[in-house]
Design a protein around this ligand. Sequence first.
Ligand code: ARG
Length: 420
Amino acid sequence: MSEKKKKVPGMAFLTPCRAAAIFLSAFLLAGIGAAVWAIVTFLIKPEDTGLYDVQVTSADLRLTVFDRTQDRWRFVCSSSSNELLANISCEEMGFVRALNHSVYSFLEGSNDSEDYFCVDVEQLTYGKKIREALSPCKCEIGQVLTVQCQDCGRRSLIVDRIVGGLDARQGSWPWQVSLQYDGVHQCGGSIISDRWIVSAAHCFPERYRHVGRWRVLLGSIYKAPTHNSVHIAEVQTVVFHSSYLPFVDPNVDDNSRDIAVLALTNRLQFTEYIQPVCLPTYGQRLIDGQMGTVTGWGNTEYYGQPSEVLQEANVPIISDAVCNAPDYYDNQITTSMFCAGYEKGSIDACQGDSGGPFVAQDTLSKASRYRLLGVVSWGTGCAMAKKPGVYTRVSRFLPWISSAMRTFENVPGMHKMSRT
Ligand code: ARG
C-alpha cells in the first residue's frame, strides 16, 4: 500500500506522517468549530439571558411562559382557573401573591394554529411549575390572562455587625425587621408581604411562645423607634417548622429546617422604609461564589455587644462540598442549608442576627430585584476561619412558606407545621 501511494504524482508528499497531521488538524478544526457553535447557541438561547421561564409583560401585564421545546414565548389563554393560575404563577416567579388578574382580548387572525398555551386545571397545583399544566393551543376564546403580582425586592432609597460589617443607611434594607419579645430584640426577620414575615424556627423556643408578647419593629435601622418612618406591629400568628429537630430533641446535632413565618395583626402600609423582599423562583439554584448581603443587629463580636445600628456585610456563597469538608463543618450542612462567608472568616453574621435576611440581587424577572436566599441560622463562633455562617436555604421551603400562609391566614396563635 505504501509503495503504491508513493508512485501517485501529487500524492508524493502524503507520507503517513503528513496524512496523520492533516487528519489531526482537520479533527482539531472540526472540534474548534463545534465548540464555537456550542458557545454561540448557548449564548443565544433565551434561558441564558438570565430570564426566568415565566414572565409578565411590563406594558400590559400579560402572563408569558417560555416553551423550551419550540424556543419561544407563549401567552396563556384565559380559562375558568385564572385566579389560581395567577396566584401560582406569581409564586413561581418569587412574588408572594397576585394582587389582581384580568384578561386581555386579542384580535383574531393569528395564522399560527398553536400560538398560545392552554391550562389543564387538573395539573395545576401550588409548588409545581405551571409549565407542566400548559400545552400549546389556539386559544379560540381570544383572551389571554393578565396578572399583577405583588412587587418586591426593590429599594426606593438607595443612598449609596454583624462582624466586619458596615452601618446600613435608613431605608436601604426595607424588608429587615427586628423581632422583639417583651420589648427586647431577639431575632431578625424579613417582610415578604403586607402581612407576613419570614424568620428562623430557633427564635421561638418554648419560653418565647406567647404570641401576644412579640412585636415587630419595621422601617428602622435602629432597634428602637427613633425615626418617624418606624412602625411597631403586633403579631397574630407564628408558624414554625415542626421538623426543626433541636425543639424535638435538644441533643440532636441537625439544625435543618430552621424556618418560621409570622403574620401581623394588621396589614402593613408599604413606604420607602417598609418594603417586601422577593422569594426565590421555583427551582432557583444558588451559585457558588455568588455574593449576597446579610443584615442584622446582632453582635459585632462573638463575645461582644449587639449593634445599635443595622449592620450589613457582603459575603460569597460557599459550595456544600467545601463547607462539608472535615476542617469546615464536617458534613453538618444538609440540603436545606447553605454556607456563606470567607475561608479566613472575619466577616459574618453573629448572635442576634438569626432569622434575618441573606439577600442577593438578580434579573430573573427583568427588573433587578433582591431575593431572600437565606435566613441566618447558625455557625460555630462568629467570623472564624473555615467556620462560615450557615443559612436556611429558602428555595427549599417555598412550598412550606406558601402553605403556612394559606393554612394559617386566619388562625391566631403559635403553631408548628410539618412539610406539606
Ligand atoms: N444562632 C444565632 C442567633 O441566634 C445566629 C448565628 C449565626 N452565626 C454565624 N456565625 N453566622 O442569632
